[in-house]
Design a protein around this ligand. Sequence first.
Ligand code: NAG
Ligand code: NAG
Length: 430
Amino acid sequence: MCGHVLLILGVVLALAAASEACVYKYGTSPGSEAPSVSGTSWDYKVMGDDWSGVDGHNKSWSCMSGLHQSPIDLPVSAHIGDPSLISKWSYPSLISNGSNIEVINNGHAIQVEWTSNYEGSMDIVADASPAATITDILSMPDTSEGTKVVTARPLQFHFHTGSEHFMDGDALAMEMHIVSRVPHSEMPGCPEAGCLTVTAVLFKVREGPCNAALKDLFTSLPMEEGTINFLSEGATIDLGKVLPSKEKRSYYQYAGSLTTPPCSEGLLWHVLDEASHISWKQYRALLMAVSDKDCTLKAEDTSKVPRASTGQMQYLRSSGSLQNLHRSHTAQRALRSSLSSSEGMPQYLEVVVSELKSLQRDRQGVLVLQSSAVRHLTAGSDLQKHKDTYVCVAYAYSQNRRLPQPSNDRMIKYFEASKESDMIAEAIKA
Ligand SMILES: *[C@@H]1O[C@H](CO)[C@@H](O)[C@H](O)[C@H]1NC(C)=O
Ligand SMILES: *[C@@H]1O[C@H](CO)[C@@H](O)[C@H](O)[C@H]1NC(C)=O
């Protein structure tokens, strides 16, 4: 199996990967056992019940120790929230120009991000006191006194199969999480990076037509872990229509956590009560994209990969940069960096990110990687050839969801969508 090699960029021990069949959770590369680029790797094998580990700063995750974790089982009866405190979503369509909307298979989920400005927003009634964070609203009385409206902007959205939140003991087929941020400038009590709020939409699968708002997206799902599909030009994601219509946007509100490691708490959750729908075809496409796959390293390609002699010392050019590491991808296949060799030939170092155990800078600012899989490649073309050396067969549909966590008597509010106020708003507009 894979031995661990301590790799210091500067002093390189190169190791050729062995040809072996492995079982990968999701996707089609070793990256499917994706670690966060730094920190403990994790998967969904027992739906989150083994998530003890550390982040890139060696700080323990909150998954097993936190008392305000997500998801939870939402009760039939919750505290009815005051209508003056209701949140409002305004999500125009995301329209692709061919290169601005990324559909990413990150080894844990299918996630959508965009590089162009998106005007989507969410108005949340928050505690107005200067030190307040986004979750403090839950401990305030049911009145708008002492509150202010803050705007949360969506950062990305992704999907879980089946649903993570349960409704009175039952899971649904799928859950979509729209992750939004309230900036520090709007809520000074939030950390520099802002406060997070997640809008969850639960889905049922039904016979018949597909969900039109998600049609273009679900026909562009990347099947390979670590890969990105760009939505083709003109393709749209009608985010506003993925949510139930305005008069049906009743929701549960509570304070919880990220549902993936490090399971950080302090998030404000909005879980919409009305389920949306997808077709069986759409559901199958998503399951296939995140299925368990059995991958084999192709023998003929292995032979083309040049091997460096073990223990050979190489030094990085000081300008050598780590390429191909997407800003938010935890599961890119490889980090590559140019090396200068003694013969003056351009050479590259490839570190399989899936096998990356740690990534940090030492006191001199030199990147220190620890990985069990490092390849030493010559010239540029080998990198391209090497890209698809894994042949994978899907062998099981799988679920990428964390099971519900104890609610520990948390305040759970239920806000009923008001037909009346929306009708008045529409009338004023008309
Ligand atoms: C991380 O923390 C643990 C316990 O606090 C310590 O034993 C370990 O050496 C630390 N590891 C690193 C890489 O700093
Ligand atoms: C698409 O949008 C991105 C991000 O705004 C921009 O960088 C790119 O130039 C656009 N492409 C086209 C073809 O308009």
